[in-house]
Design a binder for this molecule. Structure first.
Ligand code: NAP
Ligand code: G4F
Length: 370
């Protein structure tokens, strides 16, 4: 049985309303409080919804940009408190934590697109690697009794040492992103052991949804299937069709993050479905859902192939199942079909969002190794 703590009752960190924080109406009462870095991302938006449903006071870190990119949390804007901070800036992280006084911290912010990590390797190390140390240092300074979740990744297994991968499988990352995540993972373990922090690392395998960024392969495929169906585009350029991943549904995976922080003791957990599919499988299901012929539309673009690939990423989530009571609920096929339907609905409505997405897919930056 999972040993969930009573919500918000983590020892020594009773939530208070700090002076100077602007809460949305109705959020003044002391209740469990969580701060999410990366709240504007796929996982951050689902986690925010999940925690709000559980009665949390939800805070999010957002970084300054000349154009706001809050689409995924637009529907939550009056229910969450946003703080301006950046993983590159220690001072801003300390101030965000002082204002939010969280019981739980979910560190989801990162440069998360593997292909771009070869184009911006140093920045990736700063955000995705050193950014974790900055968050942990800020936590030690402001709220050392809070509980900390680090968004680690199956990409750390890379050139896999065994199949399937579990919490004891050695890492062999194959991208600058994977290397940065391995650093983030180990610094989390190290701070847990050095300073007795309640810091856990979730080694999550790929998880997708209708909110996935358009540059990731599943969403690229489902978006194009819908767009081709509607006559908006004709071709779907792809890289390695044989690449395989263990793909799950993001909505299922954010629950595992929360479950980890309800344990009395911090630990590391693999979160995965235990089944792998190829990019080709994904195209077949998506095109079937849209009623399209693959041969007429899919073309291989060599520049979309990576300098190094990861092999046989399949997760063994038996520890999460046993200790957290976590199970994936959505099959790969259900996931891809629901994503095609969501993209069809989105694009059928037309309007600004669809047009903006269309121009974004056309201006996809080509890497310089090609
Ligand atoms: P995502 O959609 O790309 O979101 C990334 C978030 O990080 C965005 O909110 C982004 O903000 C924020 N961010 C990036 N750099 C930042 C900085 N310097 N300071 C503050 N915020 C910054 O990623 P996701 O799919 O939700 O993934 C969440 C986390 O899980 C990431 O750490 C990712 O690496 C990890 N992960 C994901 C998967 C997966 O399959 N999805 C699997 C394993 C691990 P902007 O909106 O301003 O860009
Ligand atoms: O969708 P992807 O870009 O995801 P990738 O590289 O597995 O990374 C995602 O999952 C990680 C967990 O292991 C996260 F940590 C990370 O943050 C991110 O969320 O690519 C999946 C596979 C790759 O093998 C790639 O080579 O699809 C192959 N692929 C083939 N054609 C393509 C394409 N990937 C993209 N993005 N675009 C293509 O056209």
């Amino acid at each position: 049985m999972p040993d969930y703590a009573i919500l918000g009752a983590h020892e020594g960190s009773a939530p208070e309303s700090p002076a100077g924080t602007l809460y949305p109406p109705g959020l003044m009462s002391p209740r469990p409080s969580a701060l999410i870095t990366g709240i504007t991302g796929q996982d951050g938006s689902y986690l925010a919804e999940f925690l709000l449903e559980k009665g949390y006071d939800v805070h999010g870190v957002v970084r300054r940009s000349s154009t706001e990119k809050f689409d995924r949390i637009e529907h939550l804007r009056d229910r969450v408190t946003l703080h301006q901070a950046d993983l590159l800036d220690h001072r801003s992280l300390v101030d965000a934590l002082r204002a939010a006084r969280p019981d739980e911290i979910y560190n989801l912010a990162a440069m998360s697109f593997v292909a771009v990590s070869w184009i911006q390797p140093t920045l990736t190390a700063e955000f995705t690697g050193l950014g974790v140390t900055r968050m942990l240092e800020a936590m030690r300074e402001v709220c050392r009794d809070a509980r900390f979740y680090q968004a680690s990744s199956s990409e750390m297994f890379g050139k896999v040492r065994e199949v399937p991968q579990n919490e004891h499988t050695p890492f062999y990352p194959r991208s600058p992103y994977g290397v940065a995540k391995a650093y983030g993972h180990f610094i989390t373990v190290n701070y847990r052991e050095s300073y007795d922090l309640h810091a856990s690392s979730g080694i999550l395998f790929n998880h997708e949804s209708p909110r996935r960024g358009l540059e990731f392969v599943t969403r690229k495929i489902t978006w194009h299937a819908a767009a081709i169906k509607l006559g908006l585009v004709d071709k779907l350029p792809l890289g390695n069709l044989d690449a395989e991943r263990d793909w799950g549904y993001a909505k299922d995976y954010v629950e595992a993050m929360w479950m980890m922080l309800q344990r009395d003791s911090p630990d590391d957990y693999v979160v995965a479905t235990g089944t792998a599919h190829s990019v080709r499988d994904c195209v077949e299901i998506a095109f079937d859902q849209a009623g399209l012929e693959i041969a007429h539309h899919v073309e291989i673009d060599e520049s979309l192939k990576r300098p190094a690939e990861v092999d046989h990423l399949i997760g063994d989530a038996s520890k999460a199942r046993r200790e957290l009571g976590w199970e994936p609920r959505t099959s790969f096929e259900e996931l891809i079909r629901l994503m095609v339907d969501a993209d069809h609905e989105l694009l059928r409505g037309g309007g600004q969002a669809a047009t903006a997405q269309l121009s974004r897919t056309r201006s996809e930056a080509k890497p310089d190794w090609a």
